[in-house]
Design a protein around this ligand. Structure first.
Ligand code: FCB
Length: 423
């Protein structure tokens, strides 16, 4: 831990999201979401809806300065439109009050993938109207919670929704549109810009974003593989960062976007107070084989140890990513927070997680030494939880959850992180 030295005002936190922990999917007027009927059930998940006090007490014991949570859109607007559900607002009042009373600053994600069924039925992120609806939802949250939320994040990882949700169908809503999913990126980018405006108008003090970023490596040094990697990089990284930070789309993607989108770029490029990076692993790409409709082929990154979720462990890629960002977006990049980083390993004596976190924090420290203005770090996740299409198998928590009894047991990594954040 000796070489893990960070500024005294560095913000240490943990992250979760509503659908992955809350359960209680049909309680207090919550409407259905796209995830309710996709894959394993999260009707109970970590039962956080009923056990949030215990979970806040765990965070207080952990000693973190911030808690990143998300609001469930279908609790606030069960049909995805109109007046808010008072019981939905009341749950987050109780939760945020408890977090604040514990001396922890709430960092709130407006949307972490649990689209109301009604919004999806009306076209979801394939239609522009969803961006307008989203801004109305964000305005409701801003008006009600801006007094308690320290930092706002409109959308979590729009890349994952676009690519995994609409591109290859691994995540809800399960569409397989390949590059036909690109409009969902634009509509989410627009939703981001409109929500930033709505949140600020409602009195939000600090508004940023949380994007999933990963370096993309070509499998060989050959031109064709390098071009493929550039293309995948445009799709995964620049499609979401460029419009927000630079007010433009990457050239690789432009031909897949209608001309009319250009008029939205000034709305998308709202000035931000911070930029959140979620990092897990790098990707690899190769030139497409014959018959592949895409300009790249996704490959596994080989030659590194892996987590139980089969992710290669490559801490140095986080440093390279941050330094690359700092260069590409020089003059446009607000202070950076690592809004998610973590790994799945089994067991309470999770030395592998401690090693993972320490190595990634060293990478963050190296990026800071190279001039990147990183202000905080959030572990994904406080609790073992519902890991989307992988269900409950991967365990990402600092706290173990026994899903039969809902018993919480802090892991060794919890004790390690507590020591780190208290220094
Ligand atoms: C991220 C998601 C988060 C969690 C982690 C493991 O992409 O934002 O909800 O699933 O991966």
């Amino acid at each position: 831990m000796e070489n893990l030295s960070f500024p005294s005002d560095f913000l240490w936190g943990v992250s979760t999201s509503a659908f992955q922990i809350e359960g209680a999917t049909s309680e207090d007027g919550r409407g259905p979401s796209v995830w309710d009927t996709f894959g394993e059930s999260a009707d109970v998940a970590c039962d956080h809806y009923h056990r949030y006090r215990e979970d806040v007490a765990l965070m207080a014991d952990l000693g973190v300065g911030a808690y990143r949570m998300s609001f469930a859109w279908p609790r606030i607007q069960p049909d995805g439109a109109g007046v808010p559900n008072p019981k939905g607002l009341a749950f987050y009042d109780r939760l945020l009050d408890a977090v604040c009373e514990a001396g922890i600053s709430p960092v709130a994600t407006v949307y972490h993938w649990d689209t109301p069924r009604a919004v999806e039925d009306a076209g979801g992120w394939l239609v522009r109207d969803t961006a307008e609806r989203f801004a109305e939802y964000a305005a409701i949250l801003g008006a009600h919670f801006a007094d308690r939320v320290k930092m706002w994040i409109p959308l979590n990882e729009p890349m994952v929704t676009s690519i995994y949700g609409y591109g290859i169908g691994e995540y809800a809503p399960g569409e397989v549109l390949l590059l036909g999913a690109v409009p969902t990126a634009h509509h989410q980018n627009l939703a981001h810009g409109l929500a930033v405006q709505a949140l600020r108008a409602a009195g939000a003090r600090s508004v940023g974003t949380a994007n999933h970023h990963a370096p993309v490596w070509p499998v060989t040094d050959g031109d064709a593989d390098r071009d493929a990697a550039e293309w995948l990089d445009a799709l995964l990284n620049r499609l979401f960062a460029d419009p927000v930070l630079l007010g433009g789309y990457p050239e690789e993607i432009i031909e897949h976007l209608p001309d009319s989108y250009v008029a939205d770029l000034p709305t998308i490029a709202q000035p931000l107070d911070f930029y959140g990076v979620n990092y897990y692993e790098p990707y690899a790409a190769a030139a497409p084989g014959p018959g592949n409709p895409l300009p790249f082929e996704l490959r596994a990154v080989e030659g590194y140890p892996r987590t139980t979720n089969d992710s290669p462990i490559v801490p140095g890629a986080l440093r390279d990513l941050l330094v690359g960002f700092h260069r590409r977006y020089a003059g446009h990049l607000p202070p950076v927070y690592i809004t998610e980083n973590g790994c799945s390993f089994d067991g309470i004596h999770d030395i592998a997680r401690i090693k993972f976190l320490a190595a990634h924090l060293i990478a963050v420290r190296e990026a800071m030494d190279a001039g990147v203005d990183v202000r905080g770090y959030f572990v994904w996740s406080l609790l073992d939880n519902f890991e989307w299409s992988k269900g409950y198998q991967p365990r990402f928590g600092l706290v173990h959850v026994d899903y039969r009894t809902q018993r919480r047991t802090p892991k060794d990594s919890f004790t390690w992180y507590r020591k780190l954040v208290s220094r």
